[in-house]
Design a protein. Structure first.
Length: 171
């Protein structure tokens, strides 16, 4: 079975799994948020910039497919470089599917009142500030956590080494 056939088979299996999950009574009940909740959720996604996280997805999928073909036949590079931008442009309208589903996820997990409150927060000065500084806070937090974990690891290694020496092992 070729890589392309395996990918197609995996995609079909994933689609069947999604359909089966979506057909369950619990999933059907959760799939129907009110129009007002959907509108609020879409506003929330826009205000928070959540769609920016997903915007590279279409280009990434097209690029992965291009690489798959290039691995099988490197001489396709010129044609694939011409085709890929066309496919990305054709797929741009599909981005709304993703946005709609993310909005539905918010709208099924938050009440309309909660969505209004969260949206009001993000539109307030402190909420706007949070949106502005949060990426740097997350980046700084991750850097600190990595440094902290490295130091902790050094401490654990030193402690283990000392305990192993007590048991007669030499390092």
């Amino acid at each position: 079975m070729s890589v392309l056939q395996a990918l197609r088979r995996a995609a079909r299996l994933a689609a069947v799994a999604v359909l089966l999950a979506a057909a369950s009574p619990a999933a059907l009940a959760q799939q129907q948020p009110s129009a007002a909740s959907m509108l609020l959720a879409k506003q929330l996604i826009k205000v928070t910039g959540a769609t920016n996280l997903f915007s590279p997805l279409i280009a990434g999928v097209v690029e992965q497919a291009k690489l798959l073909f290039l691995q099988q036949n490197p001489s396709l590079a010129k044609d694939l470089n011409e085709i890929a931008p066309k496919i990305r442009d054709q797929l741009k309208p599909r981005f709304e599917e993703l946005t709609d589903e993310v909005a539905r996820l918010y709208a099924t997990r938050f009440t309309e009142q909660e969505l209004k409150a969260v949206l009001a927060f993000y539109q307030s000065p402190p909420g706007k500030k949070l949106l502005t500084v949060q990426p740097q806070l997350i980046d700084d937090s991750m850097k600190y956590a990595q440094d902290w974990a490295r130091k902790l690891s050094d401490q654990v290694v030193d402690t283990m080494r000392a305990e192993l020496k007590k048991k007669g092992h030499d390092f």
